[in-house]
Design a protein around this ligand. Structure first.
Ligand SMILES: [Mg+2]
Length: 375
């Protein structure tokens, strides 16, 4: 109910640990049932009613899903992304409205402008979610006061509620903003992260979808605490390299800062020819095979890269490398293959080649906190 958003509960401030000056302070703000709340703003007669924004339920026969729903509709068990036919069964007297994305985008733009106006490094991650890097404030207390101001201004200017999480990393900040919805303010200070996360089901970790949740369940892991207590080798067996950051997070280490990635720095593959060659078709096809392999590694770990380097070792061990930086980070085969082929063309001088290799660097992790529309 909107009124819940108007009177935020007391913030859940966990036991105080002295802030170190170096601790980043990341704030995540997420609008509460965004589309539904915006609709209530322009149709005040809907206030207090169960409201579902999404496809037409057509008396229970409709196809498509609910984009979002009011907290009154949630009380009937309706959730976003649920088929509208199912939502209709749960609450036939709910008000069903078609989404008006243009209008939501317009309101979102004004709200994001407000968030930006606080003057911190800013990263919008979906129509109703953003991060602010409040490290310059110097203390979690000051960030908490800022969060209250943000909530007040969003309420006064837009009549909408938002929930905010504050932590030293993006991932925990996002988990914290979801902790007390609607109207929540949750501060997770450094040193309390592991205790905060331990009781939470693993699905609360951004990036853990239904598939990963089921895999973890097979290992008997339901909570983040159980995840933390699991041997990293076991997790790596199931999740590959991604297990490292997941395990670290469960143990209280959230290294997800704004626009930074602290994992592997590069991926490379090379091959030595059985016989030194100057066959350009063979060189090109070998490079393609290597490019395909590193691109697969990149994709398997859900990473992006921006720099492609090709290495050629000629007869006599003389080695040459050449790099190209792409305009945007990518994980797509197209630009990676095109760049590696272009580099080969530019650098190959016709001599016999002993080894050819490729390296992808400037690697980054795209935001793990995926688009969540109006949730
Ligand atoms: Mg939301």
């Amino acid at each position: 109910m909107m009124c819940d958003a108007c009177s935020p509960p007391e913030p859940s401030v966990l036991p105080v640990v002295q802030d170190k000056p170096s601790d980043p302070i990341i704030l995540h703000v997420d609008m509460d049932s965004f589309y539904a709340s915006v609709e209530v703003q322009r149709h005040p007669e809907l206030l207090g009613k169960p409201l579902v924004v999404g496809a037409d339920p057509k008396g229970g026969q409709g196809r498509g899903v609910a984009c979002t729903c009011s907290y009154e509709a949630r009380a009937f068990g309706i959730r976003s992304a649920m088929p509208v036919s199912q939502a209709y069964v749960l609450c036939p007297h709910a008000v069903f409205l078609p989404p008006d994305f243009e209008y939501y985008s317009q309101i979102s733009g004004s709200i994001m402008d407000l968030f930006r106006s606080f003057g911190f490094r800013f990263l919008q991650v979906s129509i109703d979610e953003a991060y602010l890097d409040c490290t310059p404030l110097g203390s979690f207390k000051a960030a908490e006061l800022l969060a209250r101001q943000m909530q007040e201004q969003v309420r006064d200017r837009f009549g909408l509620g938002c929930s905010i999480g504050i932590a030293s990393g993006k991932t925990v900040a996002k988990i914290a903003s979801d902790y007390h919805k609607p109207g929540g303010l949750t501060v997770v200070k450094p040193g309390t992260v592991r205790a905060f996360l331990a009781p939470l089901p693993v699905k609360k970790i951004p990036g853990i979808g239904k598939k990963a949740e089921a895999l973890l369940l097979e290992l008997g892991i339901r909570t983040t605490g159980e995840l933390a207590a699991t041997d990293i080798q076991v997790l790596q067996g199931r999740f590959g390299r991604g297990a490292v950051s997941l395990h670290a997070l469960a143990r209280g280490l959230d290294t997800a800062e704004l626009e930074e990635y602290d994992g592997i720095k590069s991926l490379s593959r090379e091959t030595t020819f059985a016989t030194d060659t100057d066959d350009t078709t063979l060189l090109a096809s070998s490079l393609d095979t290597l490019a395909k392999a590193v691109q697969k590694n990149l994709n398997d770990d859900h990473l992006l890269c921006r720099t492609v380097t090709v290495k050629i070792r000629y007869q006599g061990f003389e080695t040459r490398t050449r790099s190209r930086t792409l305009p945007h980070s990518t994980g797509d085969a197209g630009p990676l293959h095109a760049s590696s082929r272009a580099l080969l063309r530019e650098m190959y001088d016709g001599r016999k080649v002993r080894l050819i290799g490729i390296r992808l660097s400037s690697i980054e992790k795209p935001d793990r906190c995926q688009m969540t529309l109006g949730v």
